[in-house]
Ligand binder design. Structure first.
Ligand SMILES: [Zn+2]
Length: 295
């Protein structure tokens, strides 16, 4: 997976589409994600959160993606999602070193809980560490705060004005850190809440205008946002969109259905409906993101 990640995002910018990031923690989910991306000829990002990575194994997920990449012939970015989200034991950046050794070609360092100065300082170190290993490794930083977790919530997720990313500060951040990508807070939240997010499209446009080609704009919390808002976000400069919760819900629902309605005990027979459910979500997202036929 020695990809020219810059070119993938450059192509997305030129083509006016967004590349989908889909989280997974099992080989079955990855089969659904990559199978669909390959069929639709879409560049794709597979991602693991810290918990997802701990479950599947960093080396294991790298090898799995490598095998799929060879077979499918589409570029696959493997991203470590929200590394150091809680900013604990950050000192030696050991987690990131381990992910790079395992073969991840993309790192998302989440310093959003830190002060602006500390976020800049640590993100810059992560960028240096990654580029030293391989300049092709793509690094994502995060500025602004994103509430919520990757689950379905009945509560309204409150997005306070101070959470939102400031366009001028965004430019300062990307210049000072050298990140390839910037995750922003623009009315989005993690997970699916019963009261839908309303994206601040104007803010997305202003951030894009401020940072120009210095970094790729990333939208987290892509689950549960209406398609027309996603399209508007892409039209205003979003080039990478993260989806997790919708995949979890689809996988779990289909698996539960098959396990409770059939006496099936053979994994390779009871997993396919869950894989298909993941595939349908991914297909819908790639269609809205416009990334199909670009790989
Ligand atoms: Zn996220």
């Amino acid at each position: 997976m020695n990809l020219n990640t810059k070119k993938l995002f450059h192509d997305a910018e030129a083509g006016g589409y967004a590349i989908g990031q889909f989280n997974a923690s099992t080989a079955d989910q990855i089969k659904g994600i990559i199978g669909t991306a390959a069929r639709m000829r879409a560049p794709v990002i597979v991602a693991t959160s810290e918990g997802e990575c701990a479950f599947i194994g960093a080396r294991q997920v790298v090898k799995l993606c490598e095998a799929y990449e060879e077979e499918a012939g589409i570029p696959i970015i493997l991203n470590a999602d929200h590394t150091y989200k809680d900013a604990e034991k950050i000192e030696n950046l050991d987690k990131i070193k381990a992910l790079l050794t395992a073969g991840y070609n993309s790192i998302h360092f989440d310093g959003s809980v830190l002060s602006f100065e500390d976020n800049v300082r640590w993100t810059k170190q992560v960028v240096e560490l990654c580029k030293e290993k391989d300049p092709g490794i793509s690094v994502e930083g995060e500025l602004g705060f994103l509430p919520g977790a990757s689950e379905v919530s009945e509560k309204k997720v409150e997005i306070k004005p101070e959470y939102l990313t400031d366009p001028a500060q965004a430019l300062e951040f990307v210049r000072a850190t050298g990140v390839d990508r910037l995750a922003v807070s623009v009315g989005n939240s993690h997970g699916i809440s019963f009261q839908e997010d309303r994206l601040d499209i104007e803010r997305i446009g202003k951030i894009k205008e401020a940072i120009g080609d210095h970094a790729v704009l990333v939208l987290h919390g892509g689950s549960g946002i209406p398609d027309e808002q996603i399209r508007a976000a892409i039209a205003h400069g979003i080039r990478k969109i993260n989806v997790n919760t919708e995949l979890r819900v689809a996988f779990h629902g289909a698996l539960k259905e098959v396990l409770t309605t059939t006496p099936q005990t053979t994994p390779y027979k009871f997993f396919p409906p869950a894989i298909d459910a993941v595939a349908r979500v991914v297909e819908g997202k790639i269609t809205v993101f416009g990334s199909g036929m670009h790989a």
